[in-house]
Design a protein around this ligand. Structure first.
Ligand SMILES: [Zn+2]
Ligand SMILES: [Zn+2]
Length: 212
């Protein structure tokens, strides 16, 4: 996809989120993108979906609670610390530009799990301006070109985690991000029985493979 098409897609995500949150029943709205059978895609062509719910989903609640705890303890955003650490060590860094970085996840659930984060602190995906959208489009394009070439068009999910508008004010401690999950392996009994994941490819090796 071209950068201008990414920009258009990301802008539409922003507009749909704004519309959803005008409805007072909506506590959380999640943008997802599923590709392929293994990713549970319900339609064959590339598509995104937006799912509104009257509750905060448990994964988001956990991120909000724990990033708030980290902020209280350290007076810093945990995601900003993560970004700075990844930029310093470069062990999991795949791509970066002025405003964004893409890294394999430090505690990845799936082989080649990639997180894309803004380098500067921002809690709400909707606040991203056009200049940043173009840069995000460049990074997303590079990540998906790499996944496509290196992993031969894998099935995948990605979704956007952003601050909910009606849960206090998480703007100081929450930092929006995109999680990209290639679906090369299935969840087994251990994953289902514990909700903990065994990743068979180290994130450091996965980053080397994707960036070269
Ligand atoms: Zn931050
Ligand atoms: Zn997240």
């Amino acid at each position: 996809m071209s950068v201008s098409l990414w920009d258009e897609l990301l802008y539409n995500y922003q507009k749909r989120l704004v519309e959803h949150y005008k409805n007072p029943c909506v506590e959380y709205s999640l943008i997802i993108h599923n590709h392929g059978d293994r990713a549970g895609a319900s339609i064959a062509h590339p598509h995104s979906q937006i799912m509104a719910s009257a509750i905060i989903p448990s994964a988001i609640e956990r991120e909000l609670e724990n990033s708030q705890k980290y902020f209280k303890r350290n007076d810093r955003c945990v995601f900003c610390d993560l970004v700075n650490d990844e930029l310093k060590t470069k062990e999991r860094l795949i791509f970066e530009n002025e405003h964004f970085l893409a890294t394999t996840a430090y505690a990845a659930r799936f082989p080649f799990e990639v997180w894309v984060m803004p380098k500067s602190h921002q809690s709400d995906f909707v606040q991203m301006d056009k200049d940043a959208r173009i840069q995000l489009g460049q990074i997303m394009g590079r990540v998906f070109a790499s996944l496509d070439q290196k992993l031969k068009d894998p099935d995948y999910n990605f979704y956007i985690h952003t601050a909910p508008p009606r849960q206090g004010d998480p703007s100081a401690y929450y930092h929006w991000h995109i999680e990209i999950l290639p679906r090369l392996t299935d969840m087994g009994g251990y994953e289902l029985g514990t909700a903990d994941f065994i990743d068979v490819v180290s994130p450091e090796k996965a980053a080397l493979f994707l960036k070269n």
